[in-house]
Design a protein around this ligand. Structure first.
Ligand SMILES: Nc1ncnc2c1ncn2[C@@H]1O[C@H](COP(=O)(O)OP(=O)(O)OP(=O)(O)O)[C@@H](O)[C@H]1O
Ligand SMILES: Cc1ncc(COP(=O)(O)O)c(N)n1
Length: 274
């Protein structure tokens, strides 16, 4: 049964503090019983107070990581996170076109919750034109959707319009995450390729420990896709997993702490129309 174990890769930045980036992705893959691999695009010196510094990896070493994985493994899904700058986005795009890593989830990471910029803004255009068309799903938070589309997003109607505009950029399935809104519920809007759309809502947990929520959510979707789960179910499982990881709180560090990647999914997500 060579290579029958579900295999999934994250292409992102390392968080030395373990709560976001590559580390959050690998912990999530493990929790979801998929074998996780990583292609590191940048290093960050980071803790729960924030990002102290970052260092992009040389592009030819990113090529080497792609080649090593493509030569050996049967990767069934991939996700991207922090991609640093235009050169690195292009390196990742060129490599993704050469390999067969299965469906791609793009989490268009731009700014860390602490405010540190994780993507140079002149790379946004390259993400829009070159990376988004390769993705099966894109999962922007509200500020990222605003930057991608160049307009402010405040109401539910804005989120719905944003999903449609993002679909027009070439990604078939969209999740606009509502984690940054002030609503009582944490509601994400999903627009699927076939035109089906719905909201996923959970009670908003009052906690400072939300470091890496977006990474954990998209990594769970990637793990599910690698296991062969249908896309809609994979997205809902992502929401269930992040809700469990936030609500079954752990306490690590002195600032904005990480979520709990060994949390157990409970039935906490409401799927609804507005
Ligand atoms: N306080 C909260 N309570 C419940 N769910 C939350 C909370 N904050 C975020 N979420 C959920 O977590 C998921 C990730 O959303 P969020 O908008 O935080 O992503 P993000 O900003 O990309 O995360 P990060 O940059 O930390 O990786 C979404 O499903 C969102 O609704
Ligand atoms: C390497 C890396 N990738 C992603 C994030 C986003 O997570 P957050 O917005 O919670 O800081 C991060 N801080 N670091």
């Amino acid at each position: 049964m060579i290579n029958s174990t579900p295999q999934v890769v994250t292409i992102a930045g390392s968080d030395s503090g373990g709560g976001a980036g590559i580390q959050a992705d690998l912990k999530t893959f493990q929790a979801r019983q998929a074998f996780g691999m990583s292609i590191i695009v940048a290093l960050t010196a980071q803790n729960t107070y924030g990002v102290q510094s970052s260092l992009p990896i040389a592009s030819d070493f990113i090529d080497s990581q792609f080649n090593s994985l493509a030569e050996d493994f049967s990767i069934k899904a991939a996700k991207t996170g922090m991609l640093a700058d235009t050169e690195h986005v292009l390196t990742v795009v060129e490599n993704l076109k050469k390999v067969e890593f299965g469906p791609l989830i793009v989490d268009p990471v731009m700014v860390a919750k602490g405010g540190h910029q994780l993507l140079e803004y002149d790379a946004v255009q390259t993400i829009k034109e070159q990376l988004l068309p390769l993705a099966v799903v894109v999962t922007p938070n509200l500020p990222e959707a605003e930057i991608l589309l160049g307009k402010s997003i405040t109401t539910d109607r804005d989120m719905i319009e944003a999903a449609k505009s993002l679909q027009a950029l070439g990604t078939k399935n969209i999740v606009v995450k509502g984690g940054h809104s002030q609503n009582k519920e944490a509601s994400d809007f999903v627009l699927l390729e076939n035109g089906e759309s719905f909201w996923m809502s959970t009670p908003r947990i009052k906690t400072p420990n939300t470091h890496g929520t977006g990474d954990t959510f998209s990594a769970c979707i990637a793990a599910e896709l690698a296991k062969g789960t249908q896309l809609k179910e994979a997205i809902v499982t992502g929401k269930e997993f992040i809700q469990a990881a936030i609500s079954q709180e752990i306490f690590v560090g002195h600032g904005h702490g990480p979520t709990n990647h060994w949390a157990q999914i409970q039935n906490s997500v409401t799927i609804h129309e507005r």
